[in-house]
Design a protein around this ligand. Sequence first.
Ligand SMILES: [Zn+2]
Length: 264
Amino acid sequence: MPSNHARIARDLVDAADEVTVLTGAGISTDSGIPDFRGPEGVWTKDPAAERASDIRYYKRDPELRRINWARRAEGALWADVEPNVGHRALVHLERRGKLHTLITQNVDELHQMAGSDPAKVVEVHGTTRKAACLSCGWRTEMHIVLDRVRAGEEDPDCPRCSGVLKSATVSFGQSLDPEDLRRSEQAASEGDVFLAVGTSLAVYPINETVRIAKEAGARIIIINAQPTVFDDIADAVMHEQISDALPYVVGMSDDAGVIGDGNS
Ligand SMILES: [Zn+2]
């Protein structure tokens, strides 16, 4: 039997016209993308990767950049990851005509690869599949820069201004794009349901979208393996596997047998 909260969540989605979704790392772990700070996290096991993710080190340390580009060019980073059922469930929600905006903290583009309309996706932390110049903002596809690395450039620079290139992600020490934040906050205030999936809701300021949605009158649904600080203001909370809970909640699967009832 589905838990009370799973049923409540599904009913809320059924009744909603506009669902604003916020996703975090939890929706991508089933695709083999590790989280960053857990015991098996990328940064826990590889401190150099964490330094490369801090804009201050990255800007001033060419050796760090050379290591980072070499590693990317080897294809070690997410070469063949694929979207999973959680991503597809959100495509299903969109095809039902109910998706307002899909805000994601992930940088893997798996939502778009699953079939989500790129125009509805706001990548608040950017994407590793593109590269950007830290000086002038010039952007290109990551694979184009990696071809330059494989052709012998150890620290490829910007073709427009010779500035430092980096993956187009928001690193530690960088601010979110103001337009991305504005779109996210507007989407939070316009949906009748706000659905947070696979995020601990611990990262400011994007976690504030939950409060914005609540204050605008939206019903709040949270699906995350661990408790979050916003569980108390949610209408339905599921501490479940996303691949089990999300397809049921969005009406893609009627199989709720796997969803337990230990959360109400
Ligand atoms: Zn430039």
